[in-house]
Design a protein around this ligand. Structure first.
Ligand code: PCA
Length: 156
Protein backbone atom coordinates (compact mmCIF):
# COMPACT_ATOMS: atom_id res chain seq x y z
CA UNK A 1 0.00 0.00 0.00
CA UNK A 2 1.22 3.54 -0.78
CA UNK A 3 -0.10 6.96 0.18
CA UNK A 4 -1.65 9.16 -2.46
CA UNK A 5 -2.91 12.72 -2.04
CA UNK A 6 -5.98 13.57 -4.13
CA UNK A 7 -7.05 17.17 -4.69
CA UNK A 8 -9.57 16.90 -7.53
CA UNK A 9 -12.42 14.74 -8.73
CA UNK A 10 -11.32 11.78 -6.58
CA UNK A 11 -12.09 13.58 -3.30
CA UNK A 12 -15.17 12.87 -1.19
CA UNK A 13 -18.29 14.31 -2.75
CA UNK A 14 -16.60 14.82 -6.14
CA UNK A 15 -17.51 13.13 -9.43
CA UNK A 16 -14.93 10.29 -9.38
CA UNK A 17 -14.98 9.52 -5.66
CA UNK A 18 -16.80 6.22 -6.30
CA UNK A 19 -13.54 4.84 -7.76
CA UNK A 20 -11.95 5.18 -4.32
CA UNK A 21 -14.79 3.53 -2.44
CA UNK A 22 -16.57 0.92 -4.52
CA UNK A 23 -13.69 -1.58 -4.31
CA UNK A 24 -14.12 -2.70 -7.94
CA UNK A 25 -10.65 -1.62 -9.06
CA UNK A 26 -8.69 -2.21 -5.87
CA UNK A 27 -8.57 -0.89 -2.37
CA UNK A 28 -8.29 2.58 -0.86
CA UNK A 29 -8.30 3.45 2.84
CA UNK A 30 -9.00 7.08 3.79
CA UNK A 31 -6.23 8.34 6.08
CA UNK A 32 -6.99 12.00 6.57
CA UNK A 33 -6.82 15.49 5.17
CA UNK A 34 -3.77 17.43 4.12
CA UNK A 35 -2.43 20.26 2.03
CA UNK A 36 0.58 20.61 -0.21
CA UNK A 37 3.65 21.87 1.67
CA UNK A 38 4.54 23.91 -1.42
CA UNK A 39 2.27 26.32 -3.27
CA UNK A 40 1.03 25.24 -6.69
CA UNK A 41 -1.34 26.65 -9.30
CA UNK A 42 -4.54 24.56 -9.33
CA UNK A 43 -6.58 25.38 -12.42
CA UNK A 44 -9.72 24.07 -14.10
CA UNK A 45 -9.04 23.64 -17.80
CA UNK A 46 -10.21 22.05 -21.07
CA UNK A 47 -13.79 21.73 -22.32
CA UNK A 48 -14.44 19.03 -19.74
CA UNK A 49 -13.49 21.35 -16.82
CA UNK A 50 -10.72 19.13 -15.53
CA UNK A 51 -8.75 20.12 -12.41
CA UNK A 52 -4.99 20.23 -12.94
CA UNK A 53 -2.33 20.86 -10.33
CA UNK A 54 0.41 22.45 -12.44
CA UNK A 55 3.81 21.28 -11.29
CA UNK A 56 5.14 24.80 -10.83
CA UNK A 57 6.06 25.00 -7.14
CA UNK A 58 5.97 28.45 -5.57
CA UNK A 59 3.01 29.82 -7.57
CA UNK A 60 -0.62 29.69 -6.43
CA UNK A 61 -1.76 28.24 -3.14
CA UNK A 62 -1.23 25.42 -0.69
CA UNK A 63 -3.73 22.95 -2.13
CA UNK A 64 -6.19 21.13 0.13
CA UNK A 65 -6.89 17.44 -0.40
CA UNK A 66 -7.29 13.97 1.05
CA UNK A 67 -4.77 11.24 1.77
CA UNK A 68 -5.56 7.61 0.93
CA UNK A 69 -3.55 4.46 1.28
CA UNK A 70 -4.11 2.47 -1.93
CA UNK A 71 -3.08 -0.99 -3.10
CA UNK A 72 -1.13 -1.76 -6.25
CA UNK A 73 -4.22 -2.71 -8.21
CA UNK A 74 -5.94 0.63 -7.62
CA UNK A 75 -2.72 2.55 -8.22
CA UNK A 76 -2.36 0.90 -11.65
CA UNK A 77 -6.00 1.66 -12.44
CA UNK A 78 -5.60 5.30 -11.39
CA UNK A 79 -2.48 5.71 -13.56
CA UNK A 80 -4.53 4.64 -16.55
CA UNK A 81 -7.61 6.61 -15.54
CA UNK A 82 -5.55 9.80 -15.14
CA UNK A 83 -3.74 9.19 -18.47
CA UNK A 84 -0.43 9.06 -16.66
CA UNK A 85 2.18 9.99 -17.83
CA UNK A 86 0.63 11.91 -20.77
CA UNK A 87 -1.91 14.18 -19.11
CA UNK A 88 -0.69 13.93 -15.51
CA UNK A 89 2.49 12.58 -14.00
CA UNK A 90 2.43 10.79 -10.66
CA UNK A 91 5.23 12.16 -8.50
CA UNK A 92 6.06 12.19 -4.79
CA UNK A 93 5.23 15.52 -3.16
CA UNK A 94 5.47 16.81 0.39
CA UNK A 95 2.07 16.95 2.06
CA UNK A 96 1.36 18.65 5.38
CA UNK A 97 -1.11 16.75 7.57
CA UNK A 98 -4.22 18.71 8.51
CA UNK A 99 -5.94 15.89 10.38
CA UNK A 100 -5.16 12.17 10.51
CA UNK A 101 -8.50 10.43 10.71
CA UNK A 102 -7.77 6.70 10.47
CA UNK A 103 -8.57 5.61 14.01
CA UNK A 104 -7.50 2.04 13.19
CA UNK A 105 -3.87 3.17 13.12
CA UNK A 106 -2.02 2.77 16.40
CA UNK A 107 -1.17 6.10 18.06
CA UNK A 108 2.50 5.87 17.03
CA UNK A 109 1.45 5.43 13.38
CA UNK A 110 -0.74 8.55 13.42
CA UNK A 111 1.19 11.59 12.29
CA UNK A 112 0.40 14.80 14.16
CA UNK A 113 -1.15 17.81 12.46
CA UNK A 114 1.46 19.91 10.64
CA UNK A 115 3.76 16.95 10.11
CA UNK A 116 4.95 16.53 6.55
CA UNK A 117 4.79 13.18 4.77
CA UNK A 118 5.48 12.18 1.19
CA UNK A 119 2.53 11.12 -0.96
CA UNK A 120 2.02 10.43 -4.63
CA UNK A 121 0.16 13.21 -6.43
CA UNK A 122 -1.14 13.47 -9.99
CA UNK A 123 0.21 16.83 -11.14
CA UNK A 124 1.31 17.93 -14.57
CA UNK A 125 4.16 19.55 -16.46
CA UNK A 126 2.41 18.87 -19.80
CA UNK A 127 0.03 21.84 -19.61
CA UNK A 128 -0.65 24.61 -22.10
CA UNK A 129 1.22 27.81 -21.18
CA UNK A 130 -2.03 29.81 -21.22
CA UNK A 131 -3.37 27.71 -18.33
CA UNK A 132 -1.06 29.74 -16.08
CA UNK A 133 -3.43 32.67 -16.72
CA UNK A 134 -6.52 30.82 -15.44
CA UNK A 135 -7.81 31.49 -11.91
CA UNK A 136 -5.90 29.60 -9.20
CA UNK A 137 -7.99 27.60 -6.72
CA UNK A 138 -6.91 26.36 -3.30
CA UNK A 139 -9.58 23.72 -2.74
CA UNK A 140 -11.22 22.08 -5.74
CA UNK A 141 -14.99 21.68 -5.88
CA UNK A 142 -16.59 20.60 -9.15
CA UNK A 143 -19.82 22.20 -7.96
CA UNK A 144 -18.25 25.48 -6.77
CA UNK A 145 -19.29 29.04 -7.53
CA UNK A 146 -17.06 29.07 -10.63
CA UNK A 147 -19.78 27.03 -12.39
CA UNK A 148 -17.23 24.80 -14.17
CA UNK A 149 -18.86 21.44 -13.46
CA UNK A 150 -16.64 18.48 -14.42
CA UNK A 151 -17.74 16.55 -17.50
CA UNK A 152 -17.14 12.85 -16.99
CA UNK A 153 -15.10 10.73 -19.46
CA UNK A 154 -18.19 8.66 -20.18
CA UNK A 155 -20.33 11.66 -21.12
CA UNK A 156 -17.68 13.37 -23.30
N1 PCA B 1 -8.16 13.45 -10.20
C1 PCA B 1 -6.93 13.44 -9.46
C2 PCA B 1 -6.09 14.43 -10.16
C3 PCA B 1 -7.05 15.41 -10.70
C4 PCA B 1 -8.34 14.68 -10.71
O1 PCA B 1 -9.41 15.10 -11.03
C5 PCA B 1 -7.22 13.88 -8.05
O2 PCA B 1 -8.39 13.99 -7.64
O3 PCA B 1 -6.25 14.14 -7.32
Amino acid sequence: MVNIFVYGTLKKGQPNYHIMTDGKRGKAVFKGTGKTAEKYPLVIAEKANIPFLLNVPGMGHHIAGEIYSVDDQLLKFLDEFESCPDMYQRTLQRIEIVEWEDKEDSPEDRPDANRIIECFVYSTTSYRPEWLNLPYHDCYDSFGKHGLVYVNHLDR
